[in-house]
Design a protein around this ligand. Structure first.
Ligand code: URA
Length: 233
């Protein structure tokens, strides 16, 4: 693979930026500075440094986004802006898709990747990867509701949800919900069965990975290997 293409694929910068880095002599391959952007590297084998920082090779890409309201969790759409449309240019590449869906008005943690197996692992109910949400509700959560969530909510059409953990603090109209599956509009529908409307919904956590506090709505960045592994631990 060309060194410039490799560096773009690892999120080091745009094609133009990495070409400049190469020309400046900031890129070393196996301890030797390469000055030509079309120099070839073998990502699995060569040791590549940029400005003294080792670039660990990741075959797939994993982006964490704090999804803003108003964009849809799809790869493309004729009329709506998608989470792929709002990626910055240096993170855009082919085959990216959101690993799971958040509603248009839901904000928070969304992972965008080109790794289908990974998406299956975090989405399949059989893998038990919990998702934690913060919900602002139209009324107060009662103790009975907490028990109902724990026992498994039944939608009006008879669909049974797995047990979910519902917690509230002093303000009982703001709740956290942990679910381990991802039925369509699941959290909103669970509260509707209890006579409450979800006014705002934000995803805070997937598995062991919490939405990074430095990411404002609309921001995104590459995830580290540790963060990806941390989802499943
Ligand atoms: N549950 C919902 O109702 N909406 C979301 O966006 C995510 C979970």
């Amino acid at each position: 693979m060309r060194i410039d293409k490799f560096l773009v694929s690892q999120g080091v910068g745009t094609r133009r930026e990495v070409q400049q880095l190469v020309k400046n002599g900031s890129v070393k391959v196996n301890d030797i500075a390469v000055k030509k952007p079309n120099a070839k590297v073998i990502p699995e084998k060569d040791v590549i440094f940029v400005n003294g920082k080792k670039i660990s090779y990741m075959k797939n890409i994993y982006i964490v986004m704090n999804k803003p309201a108003g964009v849809i969790s799809a790869t493309e759409d004729k009329s709506e802006r998608t989470v792929i449309d709002i990626l910055p240019d240096n993170l855009k590449r082919k085959d990216l898709f959101p690993a799971g869906r958040l509603d248009k008005d839901t904000t928070g943690l969304l992972i965008i990747t080109d790794d289908g197996d990974f998406a299956h692992r975090i989405l399949s109910p059989k893998k038990h990867v919990n998702k934690r949400y913060l919900a602002v509700l139209s009324g107060d959560v009662t103790d009975e509701m907490i028990v109902n969530f724990k026992n498994g909510i039944k939608f009006n059409d008879g669909t049974l949800c797995k047990p979910a953990k519902l917690t509230v603090q002093d303000n009982r109209s703001i709740a956290e919900v942990v679910i381990s599956e991802g039925k369509f509009h699941q959290v909103k529908k669970m509260f509707i069965t209890q006579g409450l409307e979800v006014l705002k919904l934000k995803r805070l956590q997937i598995g062991g990975f919490v939405l990074p506090s430095e990411l404002c709505e609309g921001d995104c960045r590459l995830m580290s290997e540790d963060e990806i592994v941390g989802i499943f631990s």
